[in-house]
Design a protein around this ligand. Structure first.
Ligand code: ADP
Length: 329
C-alpha cells in the first residue's frame, strides 16, 4: 500500500484504475481539471454524466473513463472557500471519503486525486493539503488492505511540495498516538537539572513539578488522557499525538531557556486571563496590545465604573514586572 504525491497531468496517469475529477454540481463539465478530463475522455463522458442527475458537495459519482488510460472516473464536488468557517474542511474530508468509498465498492485498488478545491474553488492549498492527507490516512486506517496506491497528481510544483511534505509527516509518525506512560522518564530527564518533584496518582497519571524556592514555578503532568503544562496562572493542554508531544517539549524548552513568559491579567486582584508570549515580543506596548485583545468590553466598563485596577502581570523570573493598564486608553 502506497500513498504519495507526484507532479503531472491527471489525464495522463497510466498507473491507476480510477482518477478523481474535481467537478461542479451539474457534472456537465467546467474549467480546470474538469475541463481537461472531459476533453481527454471525449464527448461520450458528457453523455454518461447527463444521466447522473448532478452531484452534491461532498458526494461522489462514478463513470467510465472512455479515451483515458484508466478504467473509471470518480466525480466529486469540493467545497468553495468562504473563509474557512463554513464547513469547508468537513466537506473536503467528506469528498475524499466518498470517493474512496465509491472506489472500494467497485473493487478499485489504485486511485489518483487532483488537489480538490484548490483551483477555481479557492481553498488555500496550505490548508487543503492538511485536510486531504488527513482524510486519506484516516480512511485507510479504518479500512486497511483495501488499496494498493492512493496518489495526488499535482499540476504544479508548489502544490506538490505541500502534499509531499504532509505525507512525509504522516509517514514519520508525526500524527501517531504516543504512550504517555513511556514518556515519564524522558520528561524527568529533561527537567533533571531543576530538581523535579514527581507525584504519581493511582492510575497512570503523573505530575512533575519544578519549584522556585518553596513556590511552584512550572509543572507538567499527564492525567485524563492529556498532558498539561503550567507556568504561573497560564496552562496549556496537549493531546497524545506525537505532534502535540513535540510542541509540549518545545514549550518546556522555551520556559527553561526563559524565552517565553506567562502573562496574566487581573482586575481588582481577580484573575481574568493568562497567555504566553515570547520574550522578544514582550515590550510594554506589545503586552498592552495583547492584553486589550483579551479584555472584554464589560471588564473595561466595570474597571472604569468602579475604578478597579487592571493589572498585567508578566511572570518572568528575571524581571518580575507588573504593569497597570489604564482602561481609558
Ligand atoms: P476546483 O474547482 O475544485 O478548485 P480546479 O480544477 O479549478 O478545481 O483545480 C484543482 C486543482 O487541479 C488545481 O491545483 C489545478 O492546478 C489542478 N489541475 C488543473 N488541471 C489539472 C490536470 N490536468 N491534472 C492535474 N491537476 C490539474
Amino acid at each position: 500500500m502506497e500513498i504519495r504525491a507526484i507532479q503531472g497531468d491527471i489525464t495522463k496517469q497510466t498507473d491507476v484504475e480510477a482518477i478523481v475529477n474535481a467537478a461542479n454540481e451539474s457534472l456537465l463539465g467546467g474549467g480546470g481539471v474538469d475541463g481537461a478530463i472531459h476533453y481527454a475522455a471525449g464527448p461520450e463522458l458528457l453523455k454518461e454524466c447527463r444521466t447522473l442527475g448532478g452531484c452534491k458537495i461532498g458526494e461522489a459519482k462514478i463513470t467510465g473513463a472512455y479515451n483515458l488510460p484508466c478504467k473509471y472516473i470518480i466525480h466529486t464536488v469540493g467545497p468553495r472557500w468562504h473563509g474557512g468557517n463554513n464547513r469547508e474542511s468537513e466537506l473536503l474530508t467528506l469528498c475524499y471519503k466518498s470517493c474512496l468509498e465509491v472506489a472500494m465498492q467497485h473493487g478499485i485498488r489504485t486511485i489518483a486525486f487532483p488537489s480538490l478545491s484548490t483551483g477555481a474553488f479557492g481553498y488555500p492549498v496550505e490548508q487543503a493539503n492538511l485536510v486531504a492527507v488527513g482524510a486519506v490516512y484516516g480512511f485507510v486506517e479504518e479500512y486497511p488492505d483495501q488499496f494498493d496506491l492512493i496518489e495526488w497528481v499535482c499540476f504544479d510544483k508548489n502544490t506538490l511540495k505541500y502534499y509531499s511534505n504532509q505525507i512525509e509527516l504522516h509517514k514519520s509518525g508525526f500524527y501517531e498516538e504516543i504512550d504517555p506512560v513511556s514518556k515519564e522518564p524522558e520528561l524527568i530527564a529533561l527537567l533533571s537539572e531543576h530538581n523535579p518533584e514527581v507525584h504519581r496518582s493511582t492510575d497512570d497519571g503523573y505530575s512533575i513539578i519544578i519549584k522556585d524556592g518553596d513556590e511552584e514555578h512550572m509543572y507538567v503532568d499527564y492525567n485524563d488522557g492529556k498532558f498539561t503544562l503550567g507556568l504561573g496562572c497560564w496552562h496549556n493542554h496537549y493531546n497524545l499525538y506525537r505532534k502535540d508531544y513535540e510542541n509540549l517539549l518545545k514549550d518546556i524548552e522555551n520556559i527553561l531557556n526563559n524565552s517565553f513568559v506567562a502573562v496574566t491579567i487581573r482586575c481588582n486582584g481577580e484573575w481574568f486571563g493568562s497567555w504566553k508570549m515570547s520574550v522578544s515580543e514582550c515590550s510594554k506596548k506589545e503586552l498592552i496590545i495583547e492584553a486589550r485583545k483579551m479584555m472584554r468590553k464589560e471588564l473595561i466598563e466595570k474597571a472604569k465604573k468602579y475604578g478597579y485596577q487592571i493589572e498585567c502581570e508578566f511572570l518572568d523570573k528575571s524581571k518580575d514586572l507588573i504593569y497597570t493598564i489604564d482602561p481609558e486608553i
